[in-house]
Every structure is written in C-alpha cells, then in structure tokens.
Design a protein around this ligand. Structure first.
Ligand code: FAD
Length: 519
C-alpha cells in the first residue's frame, strides 16, 4: 500500500529547527523527485512503525517514510534534501532495535531499509568461496546472512547474541558478542562497504580506497552515510558447539578466569576458545532467563539456593566449535583450556548443540515473549564498556551496592571482557583506553508505567562511575547534550566532526542520535 503522499498541502511543520537543518519538508520540492515520490508513505502504519523502536520509550514522528526499491532511491532522497536551502533530516531504519530513538527522524524522512530487502535487484547476500567473503545488503538481517553463507559451508566469524538485527545497524555501532575477544567486533571483520553519503554520493570504500569514509562509517552511528553493501569476512563454518557454563560466588576468581581465557586469542589458534561471555544470576527466581534456558531443570533448585545464599552468582560461559575433523579433539582441547579454573566445584554444566542453534539461541526466548505480549514493552537498557582496572570497583559499587539495594533487576545482566587490540582505533567506535575492558549489559524489560525506575538506576550507575573516576564508555550510546557527546568521543571528537563536515556537511543523517540536533 504505497501512498503518493507528497504535493498535498499538509503542514509538516516541526516544533524546532537547528541552525542548518529544517524539519519542515516542503512538499513542492519533493514532488520534483517523482521517481521516489510514490515510495514515500505518511499513513498511520508507516508513521507508527518509524516513530518508535525496540526501546518503546521514545516516540518521534517523521513526516514520511521512504520504502526504497533501489539504492538510487536512497541517493535521490538524500540529494533532494541537500538541494534545499533548509534541508530535512533523514534516518536509515534497519530493524529498529535501538532503544532510545536512534533510528528516528522527527519531522524528517525515515528510510525503511527493510523494504530494500524484498525489493532489491538480485539476492541480498552473495557468497564468494574464493576468497571467502559475502557481499551483503545493509538491510539484510544477520540471520539471513547466516542461512545464506551456511549453504556454502561458510559463516562470518563475529556475531551479536541476537541475529534479527540488520548488517547496517550493527556496523553503525560495533556488533559485539562472545566472539569479540578473539575476532574483534563485527566492524573489524568488514573488507569493503558501499555507502550513500550524507551528500547523496554513492561511494565504495575500504581500508585502501576512500579509507576515511570507511573508518568513519564503521561504528559511526549512521552519521556519515547509509551502508547499502558490506563485504563481510567468512571462514569455513563449524557444525557443532560444546557449550559450557560455570558458576562462581567469588567475583575476583570469576574475573581472573575470564581474563586468563581471553589471553589465548589468535584467529588461527586451534587452542583458543571460540566464544566467551559472562552474566550475573540474581534475584530472578530461575537461573534461566528469557534469553536462554540452559541449566538442567533438575539442578535449578540447588542453583537458586546458591543465589539466595550469595545474593549474586557469576556465570562464566564458553564455547568451542567443532566439525567432523575436530570432533575427536574438541573435548581434549576444552578440558585443557578449562583446567585450573576456579569455579565452584560441582557447578559446571555442559551442552552439545548445532552451530545454528547456538548462534540463534536468543530467538526462542523472543518468540515466547512475543506470544505472551511481553516483547513490545519498554526496554530501558544500559550498555557500558568498563576499563579492566576498575571492574572490581564496579562490582562492589554497582552490582553489590546499587543493584542489590534497589532490588529491581528483572532482565539479564551480561559481563565479559574483550581485547582492545582486536579493535581498530581509526574507526568511529569508542572504547576505553586499556588493553582489556569489560562490557556490561543491563538488559531490563519494564512495564509501561514503571520503566522509569530502571532509568533512575541507570542514572545512579553512571553517576557512581563518574564520582568514582571510572572512565566508562557507553555502548549503543545515548546522550542528551553535545557536551556529553564530546566527552564520550574524547580525543576522537575532532576527527568525528571533521568527518561529519566532509561526508554530511548539512548534518542531515540520523538525527535520532542527537549528536548534532537536539530536538
Ligand atoms: P536500527 O535501530 O534500525 O538503527 C541503529 C542506528 O543505525 C540508527 O542511528 C540508524 O539510523 C543507523 N542505521 C541503520 N541502518 C543503517 C545503515 N544501513 N547505514 C547506516 N546507518 C544505519 N548489539 C550488539 O552489539 N550485540 C548484541 O548481542 C546485541 N543484541 C541485541 C539484542 C536485542 C534483542 C536487541 C534489541 C539489540 C541488540 N543489540 C546488540 C543492539 C543492536 O546491535 C543495535 O541496536 C543495532 O543498532 C540494531 O540494529 P538495527 O538494524 O535494528 O538498527
């Protein structure tokens, strides 16, 4: 149902304007671009979809939504904005799994990238077996990338925990999971990009060609261009996964073991783990949560007793992948790797699952929540990177003091380390300035009338870090003032604004990040 919505004398008037960008779209101007006019929708369904996101806490209404059927449509839209003396904002919306309106464009135009998925000429994922890579549309979901590459016996090496996110969306942040300590984030596993810049220019870029745009866009929060193709590194795919969880009551043993294990991290090192994460078990009733059911039901009661006695139990989670050739050695390698770890005796649990089931492990929980109407609720998430030297202070000050006292944690809390040398500092993504840093994820689900209490906790955590001099960096960042953004980027801020002037000089793109526009 595409509605030709332009040319109507409709008051698409915004409440505010910034110095360079208007939030009024003059209908007469856009009608000059007839080839995209009929792909713009302003009906309730389209506007509603583009006004909010997974977070369900922000509602920012665009004037229209573009349903592109080609990359040219996207370029035409961006050019049409650039040609105005007062341009309008444009935001790519991948799968809208941001939580604070980052993919919205108040009074501007949202580009529904998912429309490209079904309409693009040719397949969205093209696999090359020699050399190994996949050319993937920016609108593709990682689950589709996985399915397409597995058909060729190949797969990307770096993942997110959840696969129903677009390639363009995660590459605009970083894309992290248990593989990051060894392979780096997803942004470290890209060979080449096609980008439509904020000027509407189509540019192919890589580390060797138009490299400034390449590094700007990776982790660039959608500020420099819209990713329409990414060439992703692949490796031969394993078939199965040995998946192990171990419980700790002592935080320093837990952290020491995690840090020890990520020291073996060579990409080709057969003795390295393939995945390492960690999480906290607190007062949640069951040792499992919506993201995973792992522990054998017969062990639930003794794990719950452990949590009740200790208030917090730390769970170290590792995986080793294998296929027919390595099936005989995988147990030996794993045993050797886990030898000498100081988890609580009797609290190691093991599973053997297919590679697909492992990577797509969060989907089952999602479907269950969807069926209970609990998926589309507010998600006041907080994700941080913590320098290793302060992770123990964070444990004491945040987990033991703030979180236990407030006693409102209902969502999963993740905590695991990664190696800085697997990230590329030329990219826009921001991480702490230490060789090893931890990611912590408070993945809260709130009710529509009580989610603010989680946000209060989030604010208290950030304040604690500031007062304690812990230089945390937000992942999937959200700030309200440019001053906070400057602090976030630190020494990278100068480069960030220089790149913005070069690739999106009229500051048109991704206004929902609130870096250059503060509606
Ligand atoms: P959107 O929310 O649609 O967009 C995010 C930002 O990127 C916006 O600013 C948007 O304008 C911009 N953007 C979107 N597409 C493009 C494009 N093609 N080119 C340029 N800019 C673009 N993250 C992790 O790293 N690891 C995880 O394990 C993980 N798990 C998650 C699980 C769930 C259930 C959820 C909801 C989120 C998770 N995330 C995780 C966070 C996720 O990676 C980010 O929110 C990501 O932005 C979502 O992708 P998306 O396609 O929904 O992007």
């Amino acid at each position: 149902r595409l509605i030709f919505s332009l040319g109507k004398s409709k008051p698409w008037i915004s409440s505010t304007t910034t110095s360079t960008v208007t939030t009024i779209i003059p209908p007469m101007i856009l009608t000059n671009y007839k080839e995209i006019g009929y792909k713009l929708r302003d009906d309730h369904e389209a506007i509603n979809m583009a006004s909010t996101d997974y977070g369900n806490m922000v509602r920012q209404i665009p004037a229209a939504v573009l349903y592109p059927s080609s990359i040219k449509d996207i370029a035409t839209l961006i050019k049409s904005s650039n040609n105005l003396s007062l341009p309008f904002h444009i935001a790519a919306r991948g799968h809208g799994h941001s939580v604070r309106g980052q993919a919205t464009a108040p009074n501007g135009v949202v580009v529904n990238m998912m429309a490209l998925k079904s309409q693009r000429d040719g397949p969205g994922v093209i696999v090359s077996g020699n050399p190994f890579y996949a050319d993937v549309g920016g609108e593709q979901l990682w689950i589709d990338v996985l399915r397409a590459t597995l058909e060729h016996g190949l797969a990307p090496v770096s993942w997110t925990d959840y696969l129903y996110l677009t390639v363009g969306g995660t590459l605009s942040n970083a894309g992290i999971s248990g593989q990051t300590f060894r392979y780096g984030p997803q942004i470290s596993n890209v060979y080449e990009l096609d980008v439509v810049t904020g000027k509407g220019e189509f540019v192919t870029c890589s580390a060797h060609k138009n490299s400034e745009l390449f590094y700007a866009v990776l982790g660039g929060l959608g500020q420099f261009g819209i990713i329409v193709r990414a060439r992703i590194a692949l490796e031969p795919a394993p078939k199965r996964v040995k998946w192990v969880r171990m419980l700790y009551t002592d935080f320093s043993e837990f952290a020491r073991d995690q840090e020890q294990l990520i020291k073996i991290n060579g990409r080709k090192d057969k003795n390295a783990l393939d995945y390492l994460e960690g999480s906290l078990l607190m007062n949640q009733g069951s040792p499992d949560n919506w993201r995973s059911s792992f522990f054998p039901p017969s062990d639930h009661s003794r794990i719950i007793s452990k949590v009740t006695d200790n208030k917090i139990v730390y769970c170290l989670e590792v995986a080793k992948f294998y296929d027919d050739r390595s099936s005989k050695t995988v147990d030996k390698v794993l045993k050797l790797l886990l030898k000498g770890l100081n988890y609580d005796p009797g609290f190691m649990f093991e599973k053997d699952v297919s590679y697909m089931d492992f990577l797509d492990r969060v989907r089952g929980g999602e479907l269950k929540l969807q069926s209970q109407g609990l998926w589309e609720v507010p998600h006041p998430w907080l994700n941080l990177f913590i320098p290793k030297t302060h992770v123990s202070d964070f444990n004491t000050g945040v987990f033991r003091e703030i979180v236990l006292k407030r006693n409102i944690t209902t969502g999963p809390v993740l905590l695991y380390p990664m190696n800085r040398n697997k990230w590329d500092d030329r990219m826009s993504a921001v991480i702490p300035d230490e060789d090893v840093f931890y990611t912590v994820g408070f993945l809260h689900s709130g009710g529509f009338d009580d989610w603010e209490s989680f946000d209060e906790q989030n604010k208290e955590i950030l304040k604690f870090c500031e007062d304690a001099g812990i230089n945390v960096k937000q992942y999937l960042p959200h700030y309200k003032t440019q001053e906070d953004w400057m602090k976030h980027f630190g020494s990278k801020w100068k480069t960030f604004i220089e790149r913005k002037s070069k690739f999106d000089p009229k500051k048109i793109l991704s206004p929902g990040q609130r870096i250059f526009s503060h509606q």
